[in-house]
Design a protein around this ligand. Structure first.
Ligand SMILES: [Mg+2]
Length: 396
């Protein structure tokens, strides 16, 4: 089998990759929402793929993996990797999980990152109210993640929240020492959420990046009695092109509250320090940024050897990404907690893809399906309507 073309279309908010072959099988991959600028980056890899056998996934990846980087510049390589696995599975007549070593669970737990309700403000009462709504969501999530601190609107909405200056614009670029008032506000909001959730539903907190190390320690220690699932990205995180394992190790060894990072990190080599130094308790690579699903599987196995848990990122991974997450999550060792459940945007995405369970999430879990490849397909006639004029031949 040989690759005959690599295409990329922006469908809704997501770049979608399609790899075609001389045997009529094609595979799909996807990058995160709101990244239309990735299209030329995806197509940059085309000359390296043409003529290759897509079922030798690793051999193809060796050619292109070097030419990626931390988020968002690992997305194109990651989406191509997913599409290669989709083809390999379809060619073998097997679900991708079989090619990754086989599933160890029939249902995969997800945590709520994608089902969101507008927040009225940033007060403890606003956080409690928002948690009530998420707790009542029909998906029956057993873990809910909420944004606080530098990952939230607190920086703008809580007066004198921190001593630094608001950067504005760039996502999560604020950074600086917290005021005592700011720190107390964060803690009060977490307490308000826990008052709602009790010990029925786990609470994970996406915190930054942007915290100074002493503030991060104070927060983690103050929250110890509340048994939160994890504190995510306090020091580095979204769009940070480095890891800072030594700083994370200092934080993690100072507290019993689990510390989490990793959504922007590209490749296993860049998880090496975090894992070997046991610098965090939980890592969250995103299959659409880390280099793909086999890359994520390798990292999960290595993390398990070092007592580190897995909670893969995925809030913007949309439906092909969701399928890829389900396939790989079903194969991960017992250090797997849950992956972050994405909600596709716009909502018509659910009308152009077939193969997902209905409802997708039940009692906080997704049942693993057995169709070949990633196991989801475009309903081409329905999807074609949403193609931009320049992508009109995407499905041809
Ligand atoms: Mg995050």
């Amino acid at each position: 089998m040989k690759i005959t073309d690599l295409k990329c279309a922006i469908i809704g908010e997501n770049p979608v990759v399609r790899i075609t072959t001389d045997e009529g099988i094609s595979g799909y991959g996807q990058a995160e929402n709101t990244k239309p600028y990735l299209k030329p980056h995806v197509l940059f890899y085309k000359p390296y793929l043409l003529g290759e056998d897509p079922t030798n996934v690793e051999r193809v990846m060796i050619k292109i993996r070097r030419m990626g980087a931390f988020k968002p510049w690992g997305s194109s390589v990651s989406a191509i990797e997913m599409a290669l696995w989709d083809i390999a599975g379809k060619a073998a007549g097997l679900p991708v999980y079989k090619l990754l070593g086989g599933k160890v669970r029939d249902e995969v737990r997800v945590y709520n990152g994608g089902v969101r309700f507008p927040m009225a403000g940033s007060s403890p009462e606003d956080y409690a109210e928002n948690m009530r709504k998420m707790m009542a969501a029909p998906e029956g999530f057993s873990i809910i993640k909420q944004a606080i601190g530098f990952h939230s609107a607190m920086t703008r909405q809580v007066p004198n929240f921190f001593y630094g200056d608001l950067t504005g614009g760039a996502p999560h670029a604020n950074r600086g020492p917290l005021t005592e008032k700011g720190l107390k506000h964060v803690i009060a909001c977490v307490e308000a959420m826990k008052d709602v959730l009790g010990d029925e539903v786990g609470l994970a907190l996406d915190c930054g990046p942007g915290w100074m190390l002493p503030d991060a320690k104070r927060l983690a220690q103050a929250l110890e009695p509340l048994n939160v699932m994890w504190l995510e990205d306090l020091l580095t995180g979204d769009y940070t092109p480095y890891v800072s394992a030594d700083l994370y190790r200092d934080l993690t060894t100072s507290t019993s509250t689990p510390i989490h990072t990793g959504e922007q990190i590209y490749l296993r080599q860049n998880f090496k320090d975090l894992i070997e130094k046991q610098a965090v308790n939980v890592i969250g690579p995103d299959p659409e940024d880390v280099g793909g699903i086999a890359e994520l599987k390798w990292i999960a196995e290595y993390a398990d050897l070092h007592g580190i848990m897995m909670a893969p990122h995925g809030i913007f991974d949309a439906l092909i990404g969701l399928a890829a997450e389900v396939q790989v999550a079903s194969t991960l060792p017992a250090n797997y907690i849950a992956f972050e459940y994405p909600v596709a945007r716009p909502a018509w995405w659910y009308d152009i893809v077939s193969g997902l369970p209905d409802p997708i999430v039940k009692d906080g879990k997704i049942k693993v399906w057995d169709r070949p490849g990633l196991g989801v397909e475009f309903i081409v006639e329905a999807a074609r309507v949403h193609l931009n004029p320049e992508d009109a031949d995407f499905f041809d």
